[in-house]
Design a protein around this ligand. Structure first.
Ligand SMILES: [Zn+2]
Length: 454
């Protein structure tokens, strides 16, 4: 009988055939001179550690010394996590980004983004995420902010160091691939990094890779809307009180008239009573009176609550507003509402998933002092290269996340048959690193078997 579990060899074959994994690994580069362990091996090691969902570099170090992981990924010789750290600190980011772009193009060609489209359109969202924060460890590209803490009942102000990035992710389809990421530079606001990312996206993917961009209220501002329009995307943007004039004129207008649409939606054990208002032609701001469409949703969520063994109905009120460039004739307010909520859901599906289940909150390589040196043209001195550790690790993480999602949600027949979770698929693949790989197995050893090493 055929074994009903995923195998690492067939997973690797899928990666190589479908996404040219080995080809991309060969193009990885770092600033070390004549390293024994190639950047490609470093990349493959960390990629697999994310695919296997190892929780930390310490765990990865243990797997490297106690399993056949190094042999499975074909690394030149045994090595430890210090090699990984030293390499990753000086990793080149471009080959990582090129690989992510190539993966996403291949996914699009294989129709991975066809499912779940909104009126036939592909939907992406932009979101910010804080990757780590610390009061003590810092590096030269840390962002800083003053934080008030309570110490023995007294308020104390301290400087906190942190890193933040803006990412763009496909969100309508089951495979929620990340398209690109942009790091905030010291002293820079999030919208500046977001604009840089938006300008870069058409160079990476062309302007028609997706059609609709979902944005958070922070981006309800003229430069963002202008750029989005210039590139040719449509947008749905959350509207909050920070866009005061527009928010207030929309609320005022809608309060004077009955809803344009009312509906009830059932989801699991929740009932949503929804009232929608929709208007075109409100001026965006006083300085930029360009007319925009505003949709407002007033929602009463009813659900059963269990209190002391008794079921009691409980209801809460919610209000949402969005501005959009999509036209009423093609996109009724119900669709705008769905799109607006999809952005909110992305917080649970994208970054949140990465921070909670993919170990993104680790302080990996953040303030790494031990880095390769290079001759600096200006000073004539050999100086440590810029620290790319955090960006490299996150880049590899996004590749691992996208490939794993595509494997589980699109490729695996076993997942469909047995409803396996993504974590159990990761565990099945990881289990193979305890087995001797075919390349070093004795010719007559037949079926692979587990080996324990003391
Ligand atoms: Zn830092």
């Amino acid at each position: 009988m055929k074994e009903e579990t995923h195998s690492l060899p067939s997973f690797s074959a899928w990666l190589n055939k479908g996404f040219d994994l080995r080809g991309h690994a060969r193009r990885m580069a770092d600033a070390r001179t004549d390293p024994e362990i190639s950047p490609g091996s470093v990349f493959l090691t960390l990629l697999h550690s994310f695919i296997f969902r190892l929780p930390s570099f310490q765990q990865l170090d243990r797997e490297l010394s106690h399993t056949y992981l190094q042999k499975w990924i074909d690394a030149e010789r045994p090595f430890h996590d210090d090699t990984l750290r030293y390499s990753l600190c000086s990793f080149e980011l471009e080959p990582l980004e090129n690989m992510l772009v190539d993966i996403n193009r291949r996914l699009k060609r294989s129709k991975a983004f066809d499912e779940g489209r909104a009126q036939g359109r592909l939907v992406a969202a932009l979101d910010g995420i804080e990757v780590l924060s610390s009061f003590s460890r810092r590096c030269e590209s840390c962002l800083e902010r003053r934080v008030t803490l309570k110490e023995n009942g007294r308020k104390v102000e301290q400087i906190q160091y942190y890193h933040r990035a803006v990412g763009c992710q496909m969100i309508h389809s089951p495979v929620k691939a990340f398209l690109a990421i942009e790091w905030l530079q010291p002293g820079e606001a999030e919208d500046t990094a977001a604009l840089r990312l938006l300008r870069r996206l058409p160079d990476l993917y062309g302007s028609r890779f997706f059609d609709i961009l979902l944005l958070d209220a922070l981006y309800a501002q003229t430069p963002v809307l202008q750029l989005v329009r210039e590139i040719g995307w449509d947008a749905v943007v959350s509207l909050k009180q920070n866009a005061r004039d527009l928010y207030q004129s929309a609320v005022r207008l809608f309060s004077q008239r009955p809803p344009d649409m009312a509906l009830t939606e059932q989801q699991d054990h929740k009932t949503y009573q929804i009232q929608l208002w929709d208007t075109e032609g409100l001026p965006f701001t006083i300085d930029n009176p360009e007319p925009v469409r505003v949709v407002r949703s007033e929602e009463v969520l009813q659900r059963q609550r269990y209190r002391q063994g008794e079921r009691t109905p409980h209801s809460t009120d919610h209000e949402w507003l969005w501005i959009t460039t999509l036209r009423q004739s093609e996109f009724p307010p119900t669709v705008i509402r769905q799109l607006g909520h999809a952005r909110w859901k992305q917080e649970n599906n994208g970054w949140m998933d990465l921070t909670q289940y993919w170990a993104l909150k680790h302080g990996f390589l953040h303030a790494c002092q031990h880095r390769p040196k290079r001759l600096d043209d200006a000073s004539g001195q050999r100086e440590s290269v810029a620290n790319h550790g955090l960006a490299a690790v996150v880049g590899i993480l996004l590749i691992a996340f996208t490939l794993s999602s595509a494997f589980v949600l699109r490729h695996s027949k076993l997942v469909r048959l047995y409803h396996l979770s993504t974590l159990s698929v990761a565990a099945q693949l990881r289990a193979w690193t305890s087995k001797i790989p075919p390349s070093i197995r004795a010719p007559d050893s037949g079926v692979p078997h587990s080996v324990s090493i003391s």
